[in-house]
Design a protein around this ligand. Structure first.
Ligand SMILES: Cc1cc2nc3c(=O)[nH]c(=O)nc-3n(C[C@H](O)[C@H](O)[C@H](O)COP(=O)(O)OP(=O)(O)OC[C@H]3O[C@@H](n4cnc5c(N)ncnc54)[C@H](O)[C@@H]3O)c2cc1C
Length: 291
């Protein structure tokens, strides 16, 4: 039986594992996907202190090397359910069952979609939520990008290195992102901002996106649509009593949920700043509260 099982190998979960190991705890990390979580989808990070410019995948690789050097075990399996009654907690995955005294949920968030009828079918055939993963498929093509927050603006700027033109669809007349990014986007000749508009339909032929029609009636030929309109916490397999109305995990100031021995950290919490440094900070702090 492990002292701590950490579900999620993004920066929050991996940081927690490093602090746990150094505190002498036995710890197991589990993730359904590549270690590093969201880091694997970020082109370049320029706001992490001490690392003035690093790619997300390089950052993820550094984290993986660090846990390997510390001999922290990990499994690549999807967690499907938890048994949380009693002192011994059970974590069930697609392949196995593990037991532990404490669980840390470091589950992160999944991207939100527009809710258009053929959107899911067109994933990978014109619809994307990851510029770093998919930009290559749109080399020298025209694309649309939806969103006005920092992630959307950062990704639009990254995509200008690859695509021919970006129509940035902005449902309002302002932006949610930081001013310095907004200025860069506004001044980039490859980006045309279309204000006060939403996508009404994704028009396809042969199962491939060909154009979009906006709610102002205009149709624009594009090969891809990148969607950055927010996130939903990856908590749907958890008991609803652990969650707030928006699906985020409820914790006290010690990151403890209402079940003793069950903690949560990182982007799956309702917080004011969703950044690498705040997720890492949660990971460091939570271990202090676990006996
Ligand atoms: C496009 C983009 C650009 C960004 N740029 C920056 C930036 O420049 N600087 C910055 O500071 N922040 C940036 N961020 C924010 C930052 O990436 C996140 O705040 C941070 O990575 C969150 O880390 P986390 O550990 O909480 O979650 P995540 O990295 O999302 O990790 C959660 C992990 O949990 C796993 N998981 C979920 N459910 C299960 C399950 N049932 N079973 C097993 N595993 C599961 C997932 O596979 C995932 O690996 C950016 C975010 C995006 C989307």
């Amino acid at each position: 039986m492990y002292d701590i099982i950490i579900i999620g190998m993004g920066i929050s979960g991996i940081t927690a594992s490093i602090y746990a190991k150094r505190a002498g705890k036995s710890v197991l990390l589990i993730d359904k996907s590549a270690p590093g979580g969201l880091l694997n989808k970020i082109d370049s990070i320029t706001n992490y202190p001490g690392l003035p410019n690093i790619s997300g995948p390089d950052f993820a690789l550094n984290l993986l090397n660090q846990i390997n050097n510390l001999e922290i075990p990990y499994k690549i399996e999807e967690v499907t359910s938890l048994k949380l009654n009693g002192k011994k907690k059970i974590v069930k995955t697609t392949n196995n069952e593990y037991s532990c005294k404490n669980i840390i949920l470091a589950l992160g968030r999944n991207p939100k979609f527009l809710g258009l009828k053929n959107e899911q079918n067109l994933l990978g055939r014109g619809v994307s939520t990851c510029a770093l993963c998919d930009a290559f498929f749109y080399k020298n093509k025209n694309i649309a990008l939806v969103g006005t927050g920092n992630s959307a603006l950062q990704e639009a700027l990254y995509l200008t290195n690859v695509v021919n033109k970006i129509y940035l669809i902005n449902r309002r007349d302002g932006f949610r992102g930081d001013e310095y990014l907004v200025e860069q986007v506004k001044n980039n000749p490859k980006i045309e901002i279309i204000y006060n508009a939403n996508i009404d339909s994704l028009n396809e032929s042969d199962n491939t996106l060909k154009s979009i029609t906006l709610d102002n009636g205009k149709t624009i030929d594009v090969s891809g649509v990148f969607i950055y309109i927010g996130f939903i916490p990856a908590t749907n397999f958890l008991d609803k009593k652990l969650l707030d109305d928006n699906g985020y995990i409820k914790v006290n100031k010690n990151f403890e949920t209402e079940i003793k021995g069950v903690y949560a950290i990182g982007d799956c919490l309702n917080k004011d700043i969703y950044q690498l440094i705040t997720a890492a900070s949660d990971g460091a702090r939570v271990i202090n509260n676990i006996e």
